[in-house]
Design a protein around this ligand. Sequence first.
Ligand SMILES: *[C@@H]1O[C@H](CO)[C@@H](O)[C@H](O)[C@H]1NC(C)=O
Ligand SMILES: *[C@@H]1O[C@H](CO)[C@@H](O)[C@H](O)[C@H]1NC(C)=O
Ligand SMILES: *[C@@H]1O[C@H](CO)[C@@H](O)[C@H](O)[C@H]1NC(C)=O
Ligand SMILES: *[C@@H]1O[C@H](CO)[C@@H](O)[C@H](O)[C@H]1NC(C)=O
Ligand SMILES: *[C@@H]1O[C@H](CO)[C@@H](O)[C@H](O)[C@H]1NC(C)=O
Ligand SMILES: *[C@@H]1O[C@H](CO)[C@@H](O)[C@H](O)[C@H]1NC(C)=O
Ligand SMILES: *[C@@H]1O[C@H](CO)[C@@H](O)[C@H](O)[C@H]1NC(C)=O
Ligand SMILES: *[C@@H]1O[C@H](CO)[C@@H](O)[C@H](O)[C@H]1NC(C)=O
Ligand SMILES: *[C@@H]1O[C@H](CO)[C@@H](O)[C@H](O)[C@H]1NC(C)=O
Length: 424
Amino acid sequence: MKFQTNEILNGKYTTKKTTKNVFLVPFTLLLIMFPLILMRNTNESSPNISSVKNMNNKTETKGCDIFDGNWIPYSEGPYYNNETCKWMIDEQNCMKFGRSDEEYLHWRWKPNECELPLFNATQFLNIVRGKKMAFVGDSVGRNQLQSLLCLLSQVADPEDVSHKYTSNVIYFRRYFYADYNFTLGNLWSPYFVKSVDADPNGHSYNSIMKLYVDEVDEAWSSQVEDFDIVIISAGHWFFRPLLFYEKGQLVGCNKCGMKNVTDLAHYFGYKMALRTAFRTLNNLKNFKGVTFVRTFSPSHFENGDWNKGGNCVRKKPFSKEEMKLDGYFLQTYLTQVNEFKVAQEIASNKGLKFLMLNTTEIMLLRPDGHPNNYGHPKDTNRTFYNDCVHWCLPGPVDTWNEFFLYMLNIESNSSYGSKLESVL
Ligand SMILES: *[C@@H]1O[C@H](CO)[C@@H](O)[C@H](O)[C@H]1NC(C)=O
Ligand SMILES: *[C@@H]1O[C@H](CO)[C@@H](O)[C@H](O)[C@H]1NC(C)=O
Ligand SMILES: *[C@@H]1O[C@H](CO)[C@@H](O)[C@H](O)[C@H]1NC(C)=O
Ligand SMILES: *[C@@H]1O[C@H](CO)[C@@H](O)[C@H](O)[C@H]1NC(C)=O
Ligand SMILES: *[C@@H]1O[C@H](CO)[C@@H](O)[C@H](O)[C@H]1NC(C)=O
Ligand SMILES: *[C@@H]1O[C@H](CO)[C@@H](O)[C@H](O)[C@H]1NC(C)=O
Ligand SMILES: *[C@@H]1O[C@H](CO)[C@@H](O)[C@H](O)[C@H]1NC(C)=O
Ligand SMILES: *[C@@H]1O[C@H](CO)[C@@H](O)[C@H](O)[C@H]1NC(C)=O
Ligand SMILES: *[C@@H]1O[C@H](CO)[C@@H](O)[C@H](O)[C@H]1NC(C)=O
């Protein structure tokens, strides 16, 4: 891995004309320092599940479209905090670095047709007992993994067994829940396909990368057959300057600025990389798992580019009237959905299962959930950029795991033809 401590993310925003004229600034690159110290040690991990009521109701939830709904005010506190969860990393520990407004912690997703049950760690661990689950992708996927570790810490803390599987324990992590014989990990692969630095000056924020869009990145494909549940979760890296290769031939680029190379935009790279990733999962001989595809997670830079003072200082969600999925991000999302649908159909013919964690529009409404400048200490000589890409913990990203558990529940319990039924 060329850059051990840096992560370059990028994306772009456009919005429809809105009643309040919300304008989110396009951005092209974002550097987020990757944590060297990935966890703190604290003995205070007493659960506080007393504050969350279980709203699980099987008969009510069956068949409901949980992604169609609204963020509504919620007076109860979050599931955990930075004292009860020891798995939080500094970059997402917004409270630690002085974020004092708390309204962003008091919203819950309310589907129109039903209740979204609260996350029940015991129930989750019972469903995944004896299973292995991995997030494949970038640091936003890892953000969800970190949320899951915190949600589960109400009931159990795992052993970090990363070193048994890899020497690259920063990018490839594994946690083992002994009481449940459950393995949770991540396979780092921000492009899903083979990538190589193309810049003779080496890797930097805006250096160009070669992407072999039809060749899967073996860093994950060689390991994924071990896993019963896979969450495909990446996107922002595709906004970088990229050269696209197919069958080893240069076919185009994204923002390469070369006159003799066609700019196919990031959609092409994203489309082809997803196609390759999904094809790989559908064709791996021993892969019998269930694949979840988490849709693109919007970023929320306002008042400037990511590297020109752009920030995300809002303290409450957007209303649906204020913010519509549009332009660049809509196209990115649709690119993903199209590839998902093709893969899902191929999978179903092979007895495999693809499910969608349809989070894009929902998270578009949460400009208030990002670390902004609360992911690092204030008094330092280092240059930090505001993080309007990842999500504070606790925070709205916890909702992704509520969706995830909801879907696991339905799949593990559906009476016929369910792939999960056999693997879970
Ligand atoms: C735990 O829950 C109780 C009861 O709802 C609440 O008063 C308390 O503030 C919570 N503590 C934390 C750390 O969230
Ligand atoms: C969580 O799920 C477990 C097992 O399904 C159940 O026994 C428990 O009552 C649930 N917890 C809450 C708070 O509902
Ligand atoms: C579950 O939902 C159904 C249908 O909305 C309702 O009739 C029932 O009372 C609910 N059960 C519980 C335990 O809340
Ligand atoms: C995803 O959810 C949104 C609502 O949040 C909905 O408009 C959209 O149609 C859903 N997409 C798919 C592919 O189901
Ligand atoms: C947790 O957040 C509080 C502020 O709410 C901060 O004072 C404290 O240092 C943080 N603790 C840890 C362990 O991160
Ligand atoms: C633990 O789970 C693995 C599969 O993930 C299985 O092969 C193994 O037999 C299980 N061990 C026990 C003690 O149940
Ligand atoms: C495109 O032009 C650059 C110089 O500007 C050259 O290095 C490169 O080989 C050319 N690529 C192709 C595909 O012709
Ligand atoms: C920042 O740099 C200045 C000048 O080099 C130095 O005096 C100061 O101690 C540094 N502050 C920190 C927190 O490192
Ligand atoms: C599946 O459904 C059965 C009965 O409908 C229930 O007892 C069981 O708890 C459910 N399993 C899960 C994992 O929700």
